[in-house]
Design a binder for this molecule. Structure first.
Ligand SMILES: Cc1cc2nc3c(=O)[nH]c(=O)nc-3n(C[C@H](O)[C@H](O)[C@H](O)COP(=O)(O)O)c2cc1C
Length: 442
């Protein structure tokens, strides 16, 4: 067990013009920011000013949605490939961790290991990989498949994928790159450990053609919440994203995952739980609520309908009234946990399709004064519903600047967050250990 006091960690979930589905339409949102590097660079600097631990870019290898008809109204229709953007950001930032999603379903381990090792070197130890199995079935059509890989099979492939990637990162033992001009020895052959992997899904000889990342391994993020996904996260994840509707649910998830982590033979202190937080700061609670209502107004009917459909199943909702009840939606090959959570919510609160859409539009779940938002973070942190938060801003850049300038100072005053970056790597800033290098063969 560690004896250092717990410190709350913060990551920013950056989605182009904002996390709210209609955030890009807000009068103050920088809608063209998606593909404007200067915008991303400035935002990253704001986040570093607020000592955010991480800047996270999610990814879907397709137009972001399940059905094409509503996508013409979505600000998620275009976005940078995350590793390319983060590589560029690594040159204009100094401390913040740079986390990208990469799917294990439509990649090869060698590609992923190589790219994240490169980002870790470029950024001097600030890379993080969000391991996903692809939540959007449309990706299949971009990789020569007619069907998305089945849920359990996706996770089996992901297990082997992660094993291979780790082995590839360990291809060169720490210290085995000599670059000794006098002797002419570039690396010590005794330190070379090609994986020679042969498994159910992959055959990879290796070694990787880049030395061990500065962090040993980039920090591993994960967001599974089905039973299979949580077990996967407990085996491999170091920071776990989760979507939780209330503190009781967050506490149950937190306790459950930490138990699974311990059962998997890992130290629960070395796995951080980060629920997603959608904050919206106002001068008064009333002003904050007004801002939420303004955002809700911007959600077009087609987008609302598709949002529900995309998140919970394969039923075509076109013929259903938006202000009528959410119908029964059959099980699908998508996120089971998310479907269960949202259908449960709709039933429990008797929500209409539109009302459910507004709950999942990425709008504020915590709208209020800076003090109210700081109270929320403090409560979830001290009551063990969270070790940190994955903070999504409804539109950008305004709400991110407000959070940094108004909420972060309160968290500092309360001693909940560090004021400066103490570590030299992302791992060190998060208090996570560096994975040991495999022993050099005798
Ligand atoms: C904060 C957060 C970020 C996520 N980012 C991505 C992503 O970038 N790409 C993706 O395909 N899935 C993403 N997911 C989905 C998860 O990887 C996972 O599939 C989902 O939570 C459902 O869990 P399950 O796979 O165990 O059913 C994200 C989920 C959360 C909560």
């Amino acid at each position: 067990m560690t004896t250092a006091p717990r410190t709350l960690s913060l990551g920013a979930f950056v989605q182009g013009a904002g996390g709210h589905i209609a955030g890009w339409r807000h009068p103050e949102a920088y809608a063209a920011g998606q593909l404007d590097f200067a915008f991303h660079a400035e935002l990253a600097r704001v986040l570093e000013r607020g000592r955010f631990d991480a800047l996270f870019i999610a990814d879907v290898a397709a137009l972001w949605g399940h059905q094409m008809d509503a996508l013409s109204r979505s600000g998620r229709a275009e976005h940078f490939e995350p590793l390319t953007l983060l590589s560029a950001l690594s040159t204009v930032t100094e401390h913040i961790g740079l986390v990208a999603t990469a799917t294990t379903t439509y990649n090869e381990p060698f590609h992923v290991a190589r790219k994240f090792a490169s980002l870790d070197h470029l950024s001097h130890g600030r890379a993080g990989w969000n391991i996903v199995t692809s939540v959007v079935p449309l990706e299949a059509a971009n990789f020569g498949r007619s069907e998305h890989l089945e849920h359990e099979l996706r996770y089996r492939r992901a297990d082997e994928f992660v094993e291979v990637v780790r082995a590839l990162w360990d291809s060169f033992a720490d210290g085995s790159l000599l670059r000794d001009k006098a002797s002419g020895s570039y690396y010590d052959p005794a330190g070379l450990r090609p994986p020679h992997h042969q498994g159910e899904h992959f055959t990879v000889r290796g070694p990787l053609n880049i030395s061990r990342p500065p962090q040993g391994h980039p920090v591993l993020f994960q967001a599974g919440s089905s039973q299979t996904g949580m077990a996967f996260g407990a085996r491999h994840g170091e920071v776990l994203f989760t979507l939780q509707a209330d503190l009781a649910g967050a506490q149950a998830f937190y306790a459950g995952v930490k138990k699974q982590v311990a059962a998997a033979g890992r130290n629960p202190d070395h796995v951080l739980i980060w629920p997603i937080l959608f904050p919206l700061v106002g001068g008064t609670e009333e002003e904050a609520r007004r801002k939420v209502a303004e955002l809700d107004e911007l959600v077009h009917d087609d987008v609302a309908r598709r949002l529900v459909q995309d998140n919970i199943g394969d039923l075509d909702l076109t013929e259903y009234p938006l202000d009528g009840p959410v119908p029964d939606i059959p099980d699908s090959n998508r996120s089971k946990s998310r479907r269960d959570l949202l259908l449960g919510l709709a039933r429990q609160e008797n929500l209409t399709i539109r009302q459910l859409a507004l709950r999942i539009s990425g709008g504020a779940t915590v709208a209020g004064t800076p003090e109210q938002i700081a109270d929320h973070l403090e409560l979830w942190f001290t009551e063990r519903g969270a070790d940190g938060f994955n903070v999504s801003f409804p539109y950008l850049p305004g709400p991110a600047v407000d959070f940094v300038d108004q909420v972060v100072p309160l968290l500092r005053k309360r001693g909940l967050v560090h004021e400066t970056y103490e570590g030299s790597t992302f791992r060190e800033n998060l208090g996570l250990p560096r994975p040991a290098s495999q022993e050099v063969a005798a």
